[in-house]
Design a protein around this ligand. Structure first.
Ligand SMILES: Nc1ncnc2c1ncn2[C@@H]1O[C@H](COP(=O)(O)OP(=O)(O)O)[C@@H](O)[C@H]1O
Ligand SMILES: [Mg+2]
Length: 242
């Protein structure tokens, strides 16, 4: 049972503040979409959760069963050890390494190392294409295959909470649908909870249980459920330009 609670988060770069008192929560098993167009702070929020940026103020708390972990006090490595894994925007693979080596590098967490073979099998069963290409250099694969690899690499650390930053970026529409569909299957098949940043509103709402819309670093709209998000014309027109 994991739960993420973010309260009044303020963060930025140097003295430029990007996130202004962002509050958001994710319950166990949910797929929550973080929607917003370019430059509104989606990646900044993902990086804060993953420990890559230290917020100026506010809190990020991971509840795991009866324990409460203050993620702002953890290093990125400790955050992975606590079961939070980021699929970064733009994949960030090791292009010269093989598919398999990229995956193995995702299993650096101690408990994950012990289950490496099992996790490899799981990743290959989720993404059979990666099994076919296991000896191929990551950088020589198509964008869609690279995105599969980025998601699979994050799964290699046996995460409880998966942060996926713009999985649709740079992919042809048909591949976007396939990717989103795969992501939509992960909570049931892998028991993960998901926070997914997307600017592709129509794709994201296919799998999201709920969503938040972030505009200029502020949560402009928090939906109660998927229908609430889908049916909100004001949101679509003004915030997302759909
Ligand atoms: N490394 C950085 N240094 C300074 N400003 C940054 C950096 N990364 C992002 N920003 C700024 O922070 C704001 C939010 O960016 P980002 O979180 O990447 O938004 P999104 O992921 O929604 O596109 C933008 O104005 C962007 O220019
Ligand atoms: Mg981004």
């Amino acid at each position: 049972m994991v739960e993420l609670v973010i309260k009044d988060l303020v963060a930025g770069y140097g003295n430029v503040s990007v996130l202004h008192k962002v509050s958001l929560n994710i319950a166990d098993g949910e797929t929550v979409a973080l929607l917003g167009t370019n430059g509104n702070g989606k990646s900044t929020l993902m990086w804060c959760i993953a420990g890559l940026i230290k917020p100026t103020s506010g809190s990020i708390t991971l509840r795991d069963g009866d324990t409460e972990i203050d993620l702002t006090a953890c290093t990125p490595k400790q955050i992975v050890q606590h079961g939070v894994s980021l699929v970064p925007e733009g994949r960030r693979l090791f292009p010269l390494l093989t598919v398999e080596d990229n995956l193995v590098l995702g299993a650096y967490r101690k408990e994950a190392r012990a289950k490496r073979e099992e996790s490899l099998d799981t990743c290959f069963s989720i993404f059979p294409r990666l099994a076919e290409r296991r000896k191929q250099q990551a950088g020589s694969m198509s964008g869609g295959e690279q995105q599969m690899l980025a998601v699979a690499r994050a799964l290699m650390s046996n995460p409880k909470l998966l942060l996926i930053d713009e999985p649709s970026v740079g992919l042809a529409p048909i591949l976007v649908s396939q990717m989103i569909e795969k992501i939509g299957e992960l909570p049931a098949s892998q028991g993960v909870t998901i926070l997914m940043a997307e600017q592709n509103f129509n794709q994201a709402i296919k799998i999201a249980d709920r969503g938040y819309i972030i505009v200029h670093g502020e949560i402009a709209f928090a939906s109660k459920d998927a229908a609430d998000l889908r049916d909100n014309d004001m949101v679509k027109t003004y915030y997302l330009g759909v």
